[in-house]
Design a protein around this ligand. Structure first.
Ligand code: NAI
Length: 317
């Protein structure tokens, strides 16, 4: 059923991220074979993908030049890992974030992989050298951490391990660019990479501001949606401060000592327990009901699509 595409990509794990990668690769015309240990996940993934592609087509936001039906036909599923990996030039692992599980899955992947295949992990936090050290073919392994939801947020962090071959790094980058993602390279391994480390710094300070009674959770959200986030969709943190004065040197001359004074008042990492935890969780669940998550994701995605279009129209990606 999948003979029309440009080349084969294997996907290991058909959850949230595996499905997104399948859609992204199919949108660029690749044949995708998705493997999962759970048959019900595979059935669910195909139904979900078919549905999403149809919706995207209807709203005019489908990626790539092919129709929803053509993209759907490029994706197949299997309950045999060998079938997903054999003959693939790129294999994207998307199993849960568990070191032992991932290591086991990689050992199996390398048994079936072509010599020239790029073996790539979607890992979010764990350093690749921990995940790949035990492998015979570790020079072929690399990590590429997407941003949720990957279909709408193009950033992918590429993290080579100390053993990853240079050509594996460049082929991963080229493929991601070709399918429309925006790769960045983490040059030196660090727990949590760059995106999650920055997100965690923000979550920690948001939590402390609420815990210390400085601001309500709703207003903390507005600090982003009406404030910082407006700029950050277009300018990174260095560019923001550069433009907020006569260049970054002038900014730091004016505000450097203030930044240091504020930095020294940041509290320790929050514990995420106790009455403050109860209050924040309750408040958040009341504002964003748990039975409406799917609806809210649709709401979010519609806005991300519009933002992506704006960025594209302004050639500002
Ligand atoms: P998920 O729980 O939605 O999907 C995991 C899938 O892997 C399930 O379908 C499960 O049946 C399958 N699976 C479990 N063991 C397996 C095995 N041995 N072989 C094959 N399939 C197996 O998880 P999700 O969210 O898709 O995450 C996958 C990876 O992507 C994790 O490393 C995660 O950290 C990373 N990631 C997640 C993001 C997110 O926001 N959810 C964002 C970026 C990366």
């Amino acid at each position: 059923a999948t003979s029309q595409g440009k080349g084969k990509i294997g996907i290991i794990g058909s959850g949230l991220i595996g499905r997104s990668w399948a859609m992204i690769f199919a949108s660029a015309g690749y044949n995708v074979t998705m493997f999962d240990i759970k048959e019900s996940q595979l059935t669910g993934a195909m139904a979900d993908i078919t549905n999403q592609l149809a919706e995207l087509q209807k709203s005019g936001t489908l990626r790539g030049a092919l129709t929803a039906e053509q993209q759907r036909a490029l994706i197949s599923v299997t309950s045999d890992m060998k079938e997903a990996v054999t003959g693939a030039f790129h294999v994207q692992e998307c199993v849960p974030e568990n070191e032992e599980l991932k290591k086991k899955v990689f050992s199996e992947m390398e048994q079936y992989a072509d010599d020239a295949a790029v073996l790539c992990s979607s890992v979010s936090y764990i350093e690749p050298s921990k995940l790949f050290a035990h492998l015979k073919r570790r020079s072929q392994f690399i990590a590429a951490h997407p941003t949720n939801p990957p279909y709408y947020c193009p950033l992918v962090e590429i993290i080579p391990s100390p053993w990853t071959e240079q050509s594996v790094v460049s082929r991963t980058r080229t493929l991601l660019e070709e399918v429309g993602q925006v790769p960045v390279t983490v040059k030196k391994e660090i727990y949590g990479f760059a995106l999650n480390r920055m997100q965690i710094a923000i979550v920690n300070e948001a939590w402390r501001l609420v815990a210390d009674g400085v601001m309500s959770p709703e207003d903390v959200d507005k600090v982003f949606t009406a404030g910082l986030g407006m700029r950050y969709a277009f300018c990174g943190p260095f560019e923001v401060i550069h433009l907020n004065a006569e260049g970054i040197a002038s900014y730091l001359e004016r505000y450097g000592s203030t930044i240091q004074r504020v930095s020294s008042t940041f509290g320790p990492p929050p514990a995420f327990t106790g009455p403050v935890y109860d209050a924040i969780v309750q408040d958040n669940d009341a504002h964003y009901p748990l039975d409406k998550l799917q609806e809210m994701r649709g709401w979010r995605d519609a806005r991300l699509v519009a933002l992506a279009k704006l960025k594209k129209d302004m050639e500002d990606n």
